[in-house]
Design a protein around this ligand. Structure first.
Ligand SMILES: *[C@@H]1O[C@H](CO)[C@@H](O)[C@H](O)[C@H]1NC(C)=O
Ligand SMILES: *[C@@H]1O[C@H](CO)[C@@H](O)[C@H](O)[C@H]1NC(C)=O
Length: 523
């Protein structure tokens, strides 16, 4: 049927607009609950989306995303009690910032350069590199098991739940078909399908001027995904949003195997760095050890509260943690979750920190393998930045969060002076998983060329880092326009870091015959 493609495009487009409106509605609910401005107050705004308190009929409402299993929408129905309060949205609290990577994409809002993502005056983006996590997904197998076991135990207990768990009496798990486990979510305002498509459209809005060059390369423009269905799907939806429905004809999506034999020529060094996989003390497992130790400090009080309300059933640390995990995961399927309201805001601050620790010690600055793994992509990307326009305009890579933490570590951009403690939450910590790698989290490197103040072209180039649409300055390399980093300084930094972290093959216990660098990342 010839009309099927356009109608799909139309549906996707309408959905994207709806999401933009929805994001606005979230603001509306957060900030405009009581109309406080006098009706004649002439507030200036530059477009539809800045007029935050307009209300209907100008905005689509949250409730238009009705899901049969979503009994109430906590942001809308004021009669809903908000339980312990973590699911409520107020001026100072948004649960989406405390889900530790288990929830929908959000913008980075801490430690960002003022002024938004607009390109600094007189500058132009010449080249773009992105490393992105797959979009919103169902839990992974391991987490899904934990959740299923808990839900089954609760259902089979035959207990009529009371207190904070009353809702469970007529609540159903947010997946019914186990083949959905690990895959992108495909319903609701925070679905991964919509999120990845929207990201494509957002980036096309920003970088459309690079498309002509992208499509006039001698061979088709490449972009990359590690070999995992949710990662590949994210790249495909993204490609549709960025390049158009015929992306598969006009570009080439290269799938990079996640197999352990690839050595350094990989997007997923956490699978190929064998010492990291095998070292139980300092490797991959360290994150889980630290997570378990920290979460024992706050879950006990919750257990006592739940036990008071439901004396017939006592929950383990793993089960209470699974309840907190469900808050984020269910939100990406149904748009909201009652599980959020089982907890206080402080209890979600603790959950968030537990997840920060997991990633900090699993693949970030807290493991000695973090930087050496992350440097591979950084090195390849720095070489392309140095090559400039000749290398091509666009480089998009799709991976997992376990690959982003090492890159951020090698980039040395989110640094805490001391390793994160497992005894308490350091209020001023920099490392915040929720803001760096939520579902769909992305770090973009822009190569800028600028004009000097006298209008002549500045021969120097600059690198600007955009993490989830918060421009983030590189510590001690921010003297360029918009606090960007002069390219030659950036390159010197990468080189120094390489010397500091040492050889990937050696650190990872690989032989001389293993690949020593990334070679696929080029147009
Ligand atoms: C891709 O190209 C083929 C061959 O020219 C064509 O039949 C197909 O419709 C194209 N697909 C899209 C999505 O444009
Ligand atoms: C990248 O790595 C290669 C060797 O693996 C090295 O020769 C080159 O200088 C590195 N580039 C940067 C910018 O660090």
């Amino acid at each position: 049927m010839p009309s099927s493609a356009p109608s799909l495009a139309t549906i996707i487009l309408i959905s994207a607009v709806a999401v933009a409106l929805l994001a606005l509605q979230w603001n509306y609910n957060a900030q405009c609950a009581s109309p406080s401005a006098p009706p004649d107050a002439e507030t200036t705004h530059s477009g539809y989306f800045d007029y935050e308190c307009a209300g209907k009929p100008h905005h689509s409402s949250w409730s238009s995303w009705w899901h049969p299993q979503r009994k109430t929408w906590s942001g809308v129905e004021s009669s809903h009690s908000h339980g312990r309060g973590a699911g409520a949205v107020t001026k100072d609290w948004n649960i989406l910032y405390h889900l530790g990577g288990n929830g929908p994409w959000v913008e980075k809002v801490v430690d960002i350069v003022e002024g938004g993502i607009a390109v600094p005056e007189g500058c132009e983006v010449e080249q773009v590199h992105m490393m992105a996590r797959h979009a919103e997904r169902y839990p992974t197998v391991r987490v899904a098991k934990r959740i299923q076991m808990l839900v089954e135990r609760m259902k089979q207990s035959g207990i009529p739940f009371t207190g904070d768990l009353t809702f469970v009496n007529d609540w159903e798990l947010f997946w019914s078909d186990d083949s959905q486990i690990e895959q992108l979510t495909a319903t609701g305002p925070f679905s991964g399908t919509l999120g990845s498509f929207t990201t494509g459209v957002r980036l096309r809005t920003r970088y459309a001027h690079l498309l002509t060059r992208a499509f006039s390369l001698p061979s088709k423009l490449k972009f990359w995904a590690s070999d995992s269905p949710r990662v590949i799907d994210t790249a495909r939806y993204f490609g549709t949003g960025f390049f158009g429905l015929d992306w598969a004809n006009t570009t080439r999506l290269e799938i990079i195997s996640e197999h352990s034999s690839l050595g350094a020529n990989t997007l997923t060094p956490g699978d190929t760095c064998l010492a990291y996989v095998e070292d139980e003390e300092e490797g991959h497992d360290k994150g889980y050890t630290m997570l378990d130790r920290y979460r024992a400090t706050y879950l006990g009080a919750i257990r006592i509260r739940l036990l008071k309300q439901n004396p017939e059933i006592e929950f383990t640390d793993d089960e209470i943690y699974a309840m907190q995990e469900m808050c984020g995961f269910e939100t990406t399927v149904r748009g909201s979750s009652h599980w959020c309201d089982v907890f206080t805001q402080d209890e979600f601050r603790s959950f968030e920190y537990a997840r920060d620790l997991l990633h900090y010690y699993r693949a970030g600055p807290g493991t000695k393998y973090g930087a050496v793994m992350g440097w591979l992509w950084l090195n390849a990307t720095t070489n392309l930045l140095l090559e400039g326009q000749r290398a091509g305009p666009l480089f998009f890579s799709f991976v997992h969060d376990g690959d982003i933490a090492p890159m951020i570590t090698a980039l040395d951009i989110i640094n805490d002076e001391e390793h994160l403690p497992i005894t308490h939450i350091p209020a001023n910590r920099k490392w915040r998983k929720s803001q760096v790698s939520p579902m769909g989290g992305r770090t973009i490197f822009e190569l800028l060329s600028c004009k000097s103040s006298d209008g002549t072209t500045d021969p120097r180039k600059y690198v600007r880092i955009n993490i989830n649409d918060g421009i983030t300055a590189i510590p001690s390399c921010d003297s360029g326009p918009g606090r960007s980093c002069p390219l030659e300084e950036f390159a010197a930094r990468t080189k120094r870091k390489g010397e500091e972290v040492g050889d990937f093959r050696e650190k990872c216990g690989l032989g001389e015959d293993a690949a020593d660098r990334i070679t696929f990342l080029r147009q």
